[in-house]
Design a protein around this ligand. Structure first.
Ligand SMILES: *[C@@H]1O[C@H](CO)[C@@H](O)[C@H](O)[C@H]1NC(C)=O
Ligand SMILES: *[C@@H]1O[C@H](CO)[C@@H](O)[C@H](O)[C@H]1NC(C)=O
Length: 410
């Protein structure tokens, strides 16, 4: 009876919905309770009223504005199959894969080339742990526990045999088991049950099957290039683009990112259809001098064909004397030069009151304007309406999807 895949309902025979293992479609978009809780936390304001009035409006994918940063790493192991689907379910229109290479030069999704010791169970796999650049070293009275395991230490098949886990480690660990989870405690381990690592080609298949857009990031190598004597940075940058061409993906759906200006300029020259959508991740802003250099570079970059700048959130915002969140010098300079802006990453700071008090990176320039989680949508709104960002990376895409739906942004 069950094997027939037929349901008999009130005498009418209907075909059971087909379940396609591997590539399910995601159309029933859910933002869950968090956006509503964030609105509830807000002090009364026109923005709160505007967002609250959307509470029963149907939710759809935000075709571009909501970018899933590494999946949904507030709760799901980053760069896992499960995280990608969580990001899609939360209405992200763009899914991210940070790209790193393995010892056999295959591209896989990992935030950093050398974070396997904190984002996978590699240290619990003795045969693979032995290949780590720096094997596990227990904490001592003088020093924290350490390890350094890189995608380039192992093969593609070995990488896919790992469990992806929440990015976390315990500096006091004396065994690999103790090293696995050390917070922060505002992230959950509720979904930390051997998540599935993905390679870049699988990420392309998943994202394509969902009808969403792609933002692969070419991670800066942590090994000397050329790797193995003949794998150059340009070959690596080209290989990333080639995997979209092989999969017949329209370049209009692909937003390749890099922190390295040379990668961006390489794509503009060698692969102009992809290069014109390249996203320049700008960490020059991390120092005061670098910030000035970045602000002064906008016209030059525009002339070189760069169209999209992507600095961290703090670099786009400033606090006015009245305690308002306002655009920074960087935001004004990028807008003046006609460059589009994307920013990263919302929902990465933890509870905002504590983040403001500790001068946390992403909100460091607006700490004085922040009193708690009710300010989350003040940040989003300042970025969207005052700075004019085209899209936003978030560790919990639902938060941005809700805002984009409410305002009719795409
Ligand atoms: C690159 O170097 C490896 C050895 O590290 C060698 O096996 C391979 O044939 C070389 N490939 C090319 C294209 O030169
Ligand atoms: C922030 O605002 C202050 C006060 O208006 C101004 O002096 C400063 O240059 C601004 N900083 C940035 C980075 O925009």
């Amino acid at each position: 009876m069950y094997a027939l895949s037929l349901l008999v309902t009130a005498g009418v025979v209907v075909a059971a919905p087909s379940y396609k293992p591997g590539w399910p479609s995601v159309t029933n978009i859910q933002v869950g309770p968090r956006p509503f809780w964030l609105v509830d936390q807000m002090e009364d304001s026109p923005l709160k009223a505007e967002l609250a009035a959307c509470s029963e409006k149907p939710i759809h994918h935000a075709p571009f504005f909501s970018i899933s940063h590494r999946g949904g790493p507030l709760e799901f192991p980053e760069h896992s199959r499960e995280g990608l689907y969580a990001g899609a379910r939360m209405g992200a229109g763009v899914l991210e894969c940070d790209v790193a290479f393995t010892s056999d030069r295959q591209l896989v999704c990992r935030h950093s080339q050398c974070d396997l010791h904190t984002t996978t169970d590699i240290l619990l796999r003795p045969e693979l742990a032995a290949k780590c650049t720096t094997p596990f070293q227990a904490a001592t009275a003088e020093s924290d526990a350490t390890a350094k395991c890189c995608t380039s230490d192992i093969t593609h098949d070995e990488f896919l045999s790992l469990c992806a886990k929440m990015d976390s480690s315990n500096p006091d660990a004396t065994t690999p088991e103790e090293y696995q989870y050390g917070g922060p405690d505002w992230r959950t381990t509720a979904y930390d049950n051997c998540a599935t690592p993905v390679d870049h080609k699988t990420y392309i298949k998943i994202t394509d099957s969902l009808g969403l857009q792609f933002t692969p990031e070419l991670k800066t190598p942590e090994v000397e290039m050329p790797f193995q004597g003949n794998y150059t940075q340009e070959m690596y940058a080209q290989q990333l683009i080639d995997e979209y061409k092989e999969a017949c993906i329209n370049p209009k759906r692909v937003w390749p990112q890099s922190f390295l200006e040379d990668d961006i300029l390489y794509w503009i020259k060698a692969e102009p259809r992809f290069g014109k959508q390249a996203v320049y991740l700008d960490e020059r802003v991390d120092t005061e001098e670098g910030y000035e250099v970045a602000v002064a570079s906008m016209d030059r970059l525009s002339k070189q064909g760069v169209r999209i700048m992507a600095p961290p959130i703090f670099a786009l915002l400033n606090t006015s004397a009245e305690g308002e969140i306002v655009p920074s010098a960087y935001a004004k300079a990028a807008n003046r030069a006609g460059l589009d802006i994307i920013t990263w990453s919302l929902e990465r700071s933890g509870p905002l009151k504590e983040a403001a008090e500790t001068g946390e990176y992403y909100i460091s320039t607006i700490a004085d304007a922040i009193t708690g989680d009710g300010d989350m949508y003040r940040i989003v709104d300042a970025l969207a309406r005052k700075v004019g960002v085209k899209a936003m990376f978030s560790d919990w895409p639902a938060t941005v999807t809700y805002y984009a739906n409410c305002l009719g942004l795409n």
